[in-house]
Design a binder for this molecule. Structure first.
Ligand code: F6P
Length: 382
């Protein structure tokens, strides 16, 4: 029976468990044996009990669980050739020649490199007499299939990454909670959201929560943006000047809005690529508009917790497609990444997707922000 392994790597994302469940069950349904690699690449390098067979029942209840049950880790040894050599040996010993990885672009690039090196690695294992020629004979090629698990939605060639909509839901819920207290005290909140160098979460949260201002790395605020921001806020806000000696006497009613929310992506930068910390926004709101301002960093609450319906559906459909991709792969097929494009589950060339993702970072570095914005997926730019 063909043996297919599944692994989660990089930062956890809601829906990763759904992906593992789908791979395990689809593999079994297709007459294969399913294996889970625990703790990401670390488990592949360590081998033994870290690579375990998974039966149908072993993934029961996975669909609604947050994080990744099989674990993930940052692994330095897999970045070294000796680590990958050990990983190859462990896979051959377990009789596995197909690996489905759910992770971010770094994890998927690592997997493709492993595939490219694979024939050399198994030859070396035979030369070093760690494995026999007979043992490696059925394992001349490695199949790699990627699925993008990340809350950041920062991967090119897919409309959504597994986890991004759960995270967005969590942010919306949190901002709703913040709204209640903000309105009560007529306060302003600067809310920092995750996303690494990607502004998708911040921008979508801004739209979903009706924030007053949003700052994202791909389109840094320029010109006299500080004035602009204050103007936009002042237009709608009740300003009771709570922080001045004239409190409650001077009143600007605006359009009657009692709270202000500015969403700042954690990767927010100015046009000189200098980080814009939340404190800068807080100081502006305090000093120019006299708003009683607080900063809330949502942090890892955005990453944990159970996946939303969309992520359960996405991870399940993609996991099933990943197994199909393994079974249809030939030694010359480029490694695919399973994507969703215009609501269809599709296979895209993994390396091309990674390359296009890196183009955004390059555009930002070159201060070509128009290009950075246009390179992000359609949902983002429209
Ligand atoms: O990539 C997911 C993410 O949550 C980013 O949004 C964030 O920048 C990063 O991971 C935080 O990573 P960690 O706290 O795991 O080092």
């Amino acid at each position: 029976k063909r043996r297919i392994a599944v692994m989660t790597s990089g930062g956890d994302a809601p829906g990763m468990n759904g992906a593992v469940r789908a791979v395990v069950r689809m593999s079994i349904a297709q007459g294969c044996e399913a294996y889970a690699v625990y703790e990401g690449y670390e488990g592949l390098v360590q081998g033994g009990d870290m690579i375990r067979e998974m039966k149908w029942d072993d993934v029961r209840g996975f669909l609604s669980r947050g994080g990744t049950v099989i674990g993930t880790a940052r692994c330095m040894s897999f970045k070294e050739r000796w680590g990958r050599l050990k990983a190859a040996k462990n896979m051959v010993i377990k009789g596995i020649d197909a690996l489905i990885v759910c992770g971010g672009d770094g994890s998927l690039t690592g997997a493709d490199l492993f595939r490219a090196e694979w024939p050399g690695l198994v030859d070396e294992l035979v030369e070093k007499k760690e494995l026999t020629a007979e043992q490696v004979e059925p394992f001349k090629h490695l199949n790699i299939v990627g699925m993008v698990g990340s809350i950041d939605n920062d991967m090119a060639m897919t409309d959504a990454t597994i986890g991004c909509y759960s995270s967005l839901d969590r942010i919306c819920e949190s901002v709703d909670w913040i709204d209640a207290t903000a309105e009560s005290h007529q306060r302003a909140f600067v809310v920092e959201v995750m996303g690494r160098h990607c502004g998708w979460l911040a921008l979508m949260a801004g739209i979903s929560c009706g924030a007053d201002f949003v700052i994202i790395p791909e389109n840094p605020p320029s010109g006299n943006w500080e004035e602009e921001m204050c103007k936009v806020i002042k237009k709608v806000r009740v300003l009771t000047l709570l922080m001045t000696p004239q409190a409650n006497t001077l009143k600007h009613r605006g359009l009657g809005k009692r709270k202000t929310v500015v969403i700042v992506a954690e990767g927010a930068i100015d046009t000189n690529l200098k980080k814009i910390p939340c404190t800068v926004i807080k100081d502006l709101l305090t000093n120019k508009l006299h708003l009683d301002t607080r900063i809330t960093t949502l942090g890892h609450t955005q990453r944990g917790g159970s996946p939303c319906a969309y992520d359960r559906m996405l991870s399940t459909l993609q996991g099933a497609e990943a197994v199909k991709a393994v079974l249809e792969a030939t030694p010359s097929t480029p490694s695919p990444v399973i994507s969703i494009v215009e609501n269809k589950i599709v296979r895209e060339p993994l390396l091309e997707a990674v390359k296009q993702t890196q183009e955004v970072a390059k555009a930002i570095e070159a201060k070509d922000f128009a290009r950075a914005m246009s390179l992000r997926n359609a949902e983002f730019t429209e």
